[in-house]
Design a protein around this ligand. Structure first.
Ligand code: CA
Length: 178
């Protein structure tokens, strides 16, 4: 059974947050947006997303520190959600800091939306084992509510965004440098 994967999208730039949110929903994900590091930490505690798309330069706590704190946060038997950093900080030392802080992948801005979606799907596949052993709240909730005999359930397999949306996001994302 496939269920909709829940993404926590942490991005302080409102326009980019909005267009990424719409684009990732079009790609088949459920998206929970957050603007700050503090909001991200709370959202993970309360919503247990399947994956976090995490900006690094945030107004309060930087994304690397958010990742470190998340790894220390108790999860009450649930898996720590995988983290994909999405940031303009593209130096090798930044990538290393991100991976050391517990990141599962690292995508730099400007980014290609189709590549971002494929990387999110790849991280979800790579981490499916640990998430299956410790299901997220969203997965547990969806399983509990599912009706195995339902024939009207649409396919929830994430799909690439339409090329026009991808091009639009790519053009718009280029305008943001943080
Ligand atoms: Ca930012």
């Amino acid at each position: 059974m496939t269920t909709t994967q829940h993404l926590l999208l942490v991005e302080d730039e409102p326009t980019l947050r909005e267009l990424l949110s719409v684009s990732l929903q079009l790609a088949g994900f459920h998206v929970v947006p957050a603007e700050t590091g503090a909001q991200a930490l709370t959202a993970v505690r309360e919503r247990h997303p399947d994956l976090i798309v995490l900006d690094v330069m945030l107004p309060d706590i930087d994304g690397f520190e958010v990742a470190r704190r998340l790894r220390e946060q108790p999860t009450h038997g649930l898996a720590h959600p995988p983290i994909l950093f999405l940031t303009a900080r593209d130096a090798a030392e930044d990538r290393i800091s991100g991976l050391r802080a517990g990141g599962d992948d690292y995508v730099t801005k400007p980014f290609n939306l189709e590549e971002l979606v494929l990387r999110i799907q790849a991280v979800l596949r790579r981490t499916s084992g640990r998430r299956a052993r410790h299901p997220s709240w969203a997965t547990r909730h969806a399983c509990a509510k599912s009706r195995p005999t339902s024939s009207e359930t649409p396919s929830r397999t994430p799909r690439p965004a339409p090329p026009s949306v991808s091009a639009w996001v790519h053009r718009t994302a280029r305008r943001f440098s943080n």
